[in-house]
Ligand binder design. Structure first.
Ligand code: GN1
Ligand code: MG
Length: 561
């Protein structure tokens, strides 16, 4: 490494000393902590992003400053790879080491070592390029400055500030730039609104939709998503969206609002009440990468009917399966094809068992991965069409390039032989879905528009959608233990292989409950063991979860519970 580069790194990192006595970890979704602790971490992630760009032929890399659904005083930072997906897991240990290096000398040493090991061309002809984004947190501005300092401590690296954006917008922009297509925020809105319009124009003429069903009320979590939806909705025809909790009326980010709160507590967020009975409502999280729907069933309580990620996945799967079967219908035209696209549905162990049964009854291939979208996305990408969702509302649909090419040419063929036929419309709908849905990462805004278009297509109210299947009662608990790494899981986290004997004990408990299912795993974002239980009644699910939590205490010892 050149002398000049070394002294630049030493002098700039001296201005960002790491916090004392804190160990940071890249975790499931980047670094997260109280914002006051993060200056040095974000600075160092700036360096990491520049090195990642250099390693990947100076492709554009994303750096997003957000702590999603965490409280407002927290913040965080994560990297988007050139495809728009999460940072390669292979680099996570380096990210951890960088964040925790105790001094500028240690930091420099780590960088020199890593640059050599990974063969990163520091003195190439092209500069590293990093797109920066942040959510609405007040701490974002100064953390963004720290990221810029980190980036400019790698000679020649260029930072492009996209301002306040949702996490999925930044991922989308990174993906678009690397594909060489238009990539501004305006282009993002244009792509979403035009593909939404296209789907709406293709709605069968017989579809009926009730007067009340035209209205959608959205809880913006007092974050960036509400703000962006206010802009996007002006470009949409045929859909009345009212945004509440947009952050303008003094509400606090994620406080009693947002998708995480609604999904976990199953109660109405602030700003919603019994006046909203029967209306279709949706909730975004703090950085707008998660989405859940809900409705208020009665005046007497604040409880809601929740439509979670599993049910969104089911809606998307039903629609796509239907379009594929129209497209492949034989005998209607001369234009046929032997190509059978592979459709895969990916869930985690937290998916409600009723959703998995429902999807399998539809004849779909359902697969499981460990928790965390980095695993789900990777699996989904193995299919022509891969649909994935976590129960908490984070998910998307990914299409293979080869399938999209096939679809384009099939559409072209059909348009010359049977233009305007149902078959051709099915091809056009699938093409529109591939443009509407954010293929880089789960995106609440694009997911919301796809839900709206499909409900309209089916002529379904939120109640009809809720009734696709009945969720099995479930319960989630957290147990604090001395060492959560003592639990080791296998089979997509459904089996605990360590400590020895615990799985047998869980099995014996579970067998006592009709439709019982339970598993444990160490959280990747909190210092706890998570317990999940499902059974035929709420009382049974609660009781099974409590018994399993006790087993965790017995096997692992506890500091408190
Ligand atoms: C049960 C649950 O909801 N777990 C969440 C949570 O991970 P844990 O590893 O369970 O803490 O945060 C992840 C990142 O946001 C998210 O991907 C995941 O679904
Ligand atoms: Mg989020």
């Amino acid at each position: 490494m050149k002398e000049q580069q070394q002294s630049l790194l030493l002098s700039s990192s001296a201005r960002f000393p790491p916090p004392q006595g804190v160990r940071l970890s890249y975790g499931t979704a980047g670094f997260r902590a109280d914002a006051g602790l993060l200056q040095s971490t974000v600075y160092r992630v700036g360096i990491l992003a520049a090195l990642r760009s250099l390693k990947l032929d100076c492709s554009v890399i994303g750096l997003m400053i957000t702590a999603s659904h965490n409280k407002e005083s927290d913040n965080g930072v994560k990297i988007a790879d050139p495809s728009g997906g999460m940072l390669s897991q292979h680099w996570e240990p380096f990210a951890d080491a960088l964040a925790n290096a105790p001094s500028p000398q240690h930091l420099l040493h780590l960088i020199i070592e890593f640059v050599e090991k990974e063969n990163i061309p520091l003195e190439g002809a092209m500069p590293a390029q990093i797109l920066l984004g942040r959510d609405t947190r007040p701490s974002g501005e100064s953390l963004l400055e720290a990221a810029k300092q980190g980036i400019s401590s790698i000679l020649g690296a260029v930072a492009i500030d996209m301002g306040i954006v949702t996490t999925p917008q930044l991922h989308w922009m990174v993906r678009a730039r690397n594909k060489g297509v238009k990539a501004s925020e305006l282009d993002y809105f244009e792509q979403l609104s035009s593909s939404f319009r296209c789907l709406m124009d293709l709605i069968p003429s017989g579809s009926t939709f009730n007067e009340v069903d035209y209205k959608l009320v959205v809880d913006g979590a007092n974050g960036v998503g509400g703000e962006k939806l206010e802009v996007l909705k002006k470009r949409l025809d045929g859909l009345a969206i009212e945004v509440r909790n947009s952050g303008k009326d003094g509400g606090v980010l994620n406080e009693g609002v947002g998708a995480d709160y609604v999904q976990k507590e199953k109660v109405v967020p602030r700003g919603f009440s019994s006046q909203d009975i029967g209306i279709r409502c949706a909730s975004l999280d703090g950085d707008a990468d998660r989405l859940v729907y809900f409705s208020v069933p009665s005046e007497s309580s604040s409880k809601i009917d929740l439509v979670d990620g599993d049910k969104m996945l089911s809606l998307f799967a039903v629609f796509i399966k239907e379009q594929l079967s129209i497209l492949n219908k034989e005998g209607h035209t001369d234009v046929n094809s032997d190509y059978q696209p592979r459709l895969g549905v990916i869930q985690t162990a937290y998916a409600n068992g009723a959703s998995t049964d429902y999807l399998r009854r539809l004849g779909l291939e359902v697969l499981f991965t460990p928790t965390g979208v980095k695993y789900l996305h990777e699996k989904a990408a193995e299919y022509d069409i891969g649909i994935y969702f976590e129960a908490n509302g984070h998910g998307t649909i990914v299409f293979s390039e080869s399938f999209l090419c096939w679809l384009e040419s099939r559409n072209y063929e059909l348009s010359s032989v049977v233009k305007g036929s149902e078959q051709q419309k099915a091809a056009l709908r699938l093409l529109a879905v591939s443009k509407l849905i954010n293929q880089a990462v789960g995106d609440a805004l694009s997911g919301l528009l796809l839900v709206e278009a499909i409900l309209r297509h089916m002529g379904w109210s939120i109640h009809r959608w809720t009734e696709l299947y009945q969720d099995l009662p479930s319960r989630q608990l957290k147990v604090k233990v001395v060492d959560r790494t003592a639990v080791v899981t296998a089979n997509a986290e459904t089996v605990a292989v360590r400590p020895p004997g615990i799985q047998e004990a869980i099995n014996a408990e579970t067998a006592k409950y009709p439709q019982g299912r339970s598993f444990i795993r160490p959280s990747g974002t909190e210092d706890v063991i998570r317990v999940y239980a499902e059974a035929s009644t709420q009382e049974a699910a609660d009781s099974l979860a409590n018994s399993v939590a006790k087993l965790v205490d017995q096997f692992l010892g506890f500091s408190s519970s």
